[in-house]
Design a protein. Sequence first.
Length: 143
Amino acid sequence: MDEDFFLYAEEVEWCSRLKKAGPLCIFGDLHLIHLEGATINKSQNLEEKGYYNLYDKKGLQLMVSNHVRVRKQYGVGWFLFLLLNYSWGVLVFFFAGTIHDLIFFKSPYKQWKKVAAFARNVGKLWAISPTILRNKPHFYKML
């Protein structure tokens, strides 16, 4: 497996390389148990399960790993397209979250903290983008 990955997206990138190698034959009775980030959630004291939270350290690692995968698998154009979508997503998250909270008579300030954290993560992603674009070996550990 590619040593550039710390967590997330390494198996997807690995499977894409395996697919390019040709047909595979798997023997044996296989079982899989997926804990949806239970170990990382425990070590980082995170409450939320799953991979949809992009405003904490786990979310930053998820974004960086997926950008590394897209750069390796699809090239610079798709990498930049994804990066611009995340950047645009900050504004969408801000406006959609604010409108949602106002419609349901909630204070939008709690949502704004998440938007600010997401914007910081996108900023960190922009900062590391030149390293990703060079596509030279680098260990992308953000946690």
